[in-house]
Design a protein around this ligand. Structure first.
Ligand SMILES: [Zn+2]
Length: 499
C-alpha cells in the first residue's frame, strides 16, 4: 500500500522531518567508483578532467542573487566536429544566459588558439625572448574573460562578498592580535595573504557594483585578476592544511578565546574564491592540449524548457495523520503532533513544484527531441552550480537503476527542499522512487527512536505481528542481567566461565 504514496508528499515530509539539517547521506561523487563507460572519449583520465569544466560552466551561469541553480550537459560529435552544451535551470533559461555562454566559449576558443600558437613556437630557444613574449600568454584574453564573467555574475558575487568578507577580515584581525605580526608563518601566513588579496579584489568589485555606470579601468580589472588568482593560490594551501582540518582548528581556537561559536572560515574562503576558482578552471581548459578538440568544434547550446507540476499535498491534520499511518504502516502517538505541524507548515493551497535542473536535464537528454543530437550519447557527468538536494540524489539513483544510461553530478548536500517536482509524473520511476524515500523516512524515525516507544499505540501488536521490547521492558531485562553478572564478583568475569 505504501508504495502507492506520491513521491511529492514524501519529499515534503522529509523536508519537514529534516528542516534545515543534513540527512547524513553521502555527499561527494567518487569518480573511481564509476566506470564512466561510453563517455565522450575513450580515456578515463580525460573524461574525469572535464568534470570541473562542466561545473565551472554551470557556476559562471549564475547571475541572480537568490535561488538560481544551473545544470550543464555535454555531447560531442567528433565525426562532424560539433559540441553541444545543454543548459537547464530550476526556472526558465534566459536568452541572456545562452548569449553569455556563447561569448565566453568564443573567448576560450581564442585563448586556446593563442596557447597553441605559443606552444608551436616555444622550441626555438636560440632566439632571445622579446618583452612581448615574456608577458603571460593570453593575458589580455584572460582579463577579457574574467571581466565578462564578473560583470555577468556581479549580483551573485556581491552577495558572497556581503555575506562573508567582513567576517573574514574580523577573524584575521583577531588572529593578528594573538600572534606577533611578523612571525606569522606557514598556514597562517598564507591565510593572511589570502585575506589581503581577497579584500583588495572585493573592494574593486564593490565599486563596480555601487556605480555600475562607471566602468572599471584596465588597471582596476588587472588588480581584480591578479589579486583573485593570488588569493586562490593561498586559499588552496589554507584549505588543505593539516589534512583539511587546519581551518577548523584555527577557528575553534579563536572561537574559544572569544567565547563565540567558531567562525566558518573554510566556508568563507570557499565562497569568496568560488568564482575566480572556476574561472581558473576554464583557463586551464583552454590551456589543455588534450581537451583542445572540444574548443575547436562548432558549439551548439540548447536550453531545457522550464518544467513544473502543480501538486496538492494533504491539507488538514487529519489528512496528514492518515498519510503518516500509511507511511509507517500503523498508528503512532507522535503522528498526532507531526500531522498538526505538517498541516501548519504546508497550508492548504496547491504548490507549483519546479523540476530541479539536474533531473530536468537528464530527462531531456533521455527523451528524443527530433534533432541531430538524438543519436549522440550524452556525457554521463552533469555539471552543476550547486550540490544536488536529497530528492534529486534519490531520483538520479532510481533513474540509473532503471535505465541503460547513467548520470552523475558531483554529489549531494544532503538537504531536502520543498517545493520539488518529479521530472515525469508517470511511469515506473515514480513507483520505485517513492519506496526509496519512504525507507529514508523510516530510517529517520528509527534514528529518532520514534518507532519504538509506542507500545500503547492503538494498532500496535493487535495483529500479533509486532515483536520487540518496550523501553521499560528492555531496561528491566537489562537490569536483571546486570544483577546476575554482579553476583560473580566485582569484575563479573566469572559469569562467562564454563561451568
Ligand atoms: Zn534538487
Amino acid at each position: 500500500m505504501a508504495t502507492k504514496l506520491d513521491p511529492h508528499h514524501l519529499v515534503a515530509l522529509m523536508c519537514y522531518a529534516f528542516k534545515d539539517k543534513q540527512d547524513g547521506s553521502p555527499r561527494r561523487l567518487d569518480p573511481s567508483l564509476h566506470s564512466l563507460k561510453g563517455d565522450i572519449v575513450d580515456n578515463y583520465r580525460t573524461n574525469v578532467r572535464t568534470f570541473p569544466i562542466l561545473d565551472a560552466v554551470a557556476h559562471i551561469s549564475i547571475s541572480r542573487k537568490e535561488s538560481q541553480v544551473v545544470a550543464i550537459g555535454l555531447q560531442l560529435n567528433s565525426r562532424k566536429q560539433e559540441i553541444r552544451l545543454t543548459v537547464a535551470e530550476n526556472q526558465k533559461v534566459t536568452d541572456g544566459l545562452v548569449n553569455h555562454l556563447n561569448q565566453i566559449w568564443r573567448k576560450l576558443q581564442a585563448l586556446s588558439s593563442e596557447y597553441e600558437r605559443n606552444r608551436g613556437g616555444r622550441w626555438d630557444r636560440s632566439q632571445p625572448r622579446s618583452p612581448e613574449m615574456s608577458k603571460e600568454v593570453g593575458l589580455s584574453l584572460k582579463m577579457g574573460i574574467l571581466r565578462d564573467i564578473y560583470q555577468y555574475s556581479l549580483e551573485k558575487q556581491m552577495k558572497r562578498i556581503d555575506k562573508w568578507a567582513k567576517g573574514l577580515r574580523r577573524f584575521m584581525k583577531e588572529l593578528l592580535k594573538r600572534r606577533i605580526f611578523h612571525h606569522l608563518q606557514g598556514f597562517e601566513l598564507s591565510l593572511y595573504k589570502a585575506v589581503v588579496a581577497l579584500s583588495l579584489a572585493a573592494e574593486v568589485v564593490s565599486k563596480l557594483h555601487d556605480n555600475p555606470k562607471d566602468q572599471l579601468t584596465e588597471s582596476e580589472w588587472e588588480l581584480v585578476y591578479f589579486q583573485s588568482i593570488l588569493a586562490n593560490e593561498h586559499v588552496r594551501i589554507v584549505l588543505a592544511d593539516r589534512k583539511e582540518f587546519g581551518c577548523e582548528l584555527l577557528a575553534q581556537e579563536l572561537g574559544d578565546h572569544l567565547s563565540q561559536d567558531p567562525f566558518q572560515l573554510r566556508r568563507a574562503l570557499e565562497k569568496l574564491t568560488s568564482l575566480p576558482r572556476h574561472i581558473e578552471t576554464l583557463f586551464r581548459f583552454a590551456y589543455s592540449p588534450r581537451l583542445r578538440p572540444a574548443l575547436r568544434y562548432r558549439l551548439f547550446i540548447s536550453a531545457v524548457p522550464k518544467n513544473a507540476h502543480t501538486v496538492k499535498l494533504p491539507t488538514s491534520p487529519q489528512e496528514w495523520k492518515s498519510f503518516l499511518e500509511v507511511a509507517c504502516y500503523k498508528h503512532y502517538d507522535f503522528q498526532e503532533t507531526h500531522a498538526v505541524e505538517l498541516a501548519e507548515r504546508f497550508g492548504s493551497s496547491k504548490w507549483v513544484c519546479p523540476v530541479h535542473c539536474e533531473c530536468g536535464l537528464i530527462q531531456y537528454l533521455q527523451t528524443r527531441q527530433g534533432n541531430q543530437w538524438d543519436c549522440v550519447p550524452p556525457f554521463s557527468y552533469i555539471g552543476v552550480s550547486k550540490l544536488s538536494c536529497s530528492a534529486c540524489r534519490i531520483w538520479i539513483e532510481t533513474f540509473n537503476e532503471q535505465s541503460g544510461r547513467k548520470f552523475y553530478t558531483r554529489g549531494s548536500h544532503g538537504r531536502w527542499y520543498w517545493p520539488w517536482g518529479i521530472p515525469i509524473a508517470e511511469g515506473p520511476l515514480v513507483g520505485v522512487m517513492a519506496p526509496k524515500v519512504l525507507d529514508e523516512y523510516l530510517a529517520y524515525l528509527e534514528s529518532q527512536k520514534l518507532l519504538r516507544s509506542n507500545s500503547d499505540s492503538s494498532g500496535a501488536s493487535s495483529d500479533g505481528a509486532e515483536h520487540g521490547l518496550s523501553d521499560d521492558h528492555r531496561k528491566d531485562a537489562e537490569a536483571v542481567g546486570a544483577a546476575i553478572v554482579q553476583e560473580y564478583g566485582d569484575s563479573g568475569l566469572g559469569f562467562f566461565d564454563d561451568e
